[in-house]
Write a protein that binds this ligand. Sequence first.
Ligand code: ATP
Length: 306
Amino acid sequence: LMQLSIPLNFIGFIYREIRQGLTDIEQMFDLLDVKQEVTDKPGAPELVIDKGAIAFRDVHFAYDPQRPILKGISFDVPAGKTVAIVGPSGAGKSTISRLLFRFYDIQQGSITIDGQDLRDVTQKSLRRAIGMVPQDTVLFNDTIAYNIRYGRPDATDSEVEQAARMAQIADFIERLPQGYKSMVGERGLKLSGGEKQRVAIARTILKSPTILILDEATSALDTATEQEIQSALDIVSKGRTTLVIAHRLSTVIGADEIIVLKDGQIVERGTHRKLLEQNGLYASMWNRQREASEAEERLRQMREED
Ligand code: ATP
């Protein structure tokens, strides 16, 4: 038994060491790596991107066959437009973004981009066409410039700086003693959620994808940060086909269409104004969230006055 347990402990030790060194990359690619059940068809062509029109048709999906998550979802994101998905926690919003990347295959229906079924094209070409600003950005243990340049490794310094400016993070970076050479990540400077999100936006600006997915952070940000991020997002989504996975509702007001998802089905859809008039689920979510954020803002002000 002794003989067996020593090597096992040792392997465990090595494994943890490797894991710690690699967590950034791992988190970045976890979905890409783990989901090997999705494979390219033999001889699959590359996705031919025109304007990036997305169509979901009667999409049924379950991670586990016993538990359907999406139950017949149909919607379009017309080229260059913005569609937001909202709905209670667990409704299946983030699942929709994972399906668009084809991290999983659907059980029924189809998802197309510019008329091509995602299952018929290479995953590489698909993922190249889509940029994602994730909920929680993982930063590499490297300089802030490296982290932005990751969006397009051949970008010049001035392109990196321009992207940072558009993402409203340049002023912050320039105030750091080492500027763009400042180390960030677990072992460097810790950035706030809002700062990390702006780094992700800068990355995406450099990548310049035809299709953009914004997976909005769940965490509440203060009003000023939220406005800065919103204006950065407006810049990056302008003219791109954009799908917003909205956990808060502040970013959806300007969407061309809002889709309200509940228990894997679309229960309401329309513009912000129309949905408020309808006085249904969206309107009640909106009112509840507005009350909550007003209360939060009042608390913040009280704390600042102290
Ligand atoms: P939230 O607003 O809380 O982020 P959401 O609407 O984005 O929620 P999803 O993340 O799409 O919800 O999850 C929908 C359902 O699918 C949840 O019940 C969740 O538990 C389940 N689910 C998500 N990912 C997996 C997975 N990898 N394996 C099994 N079930 C999963």
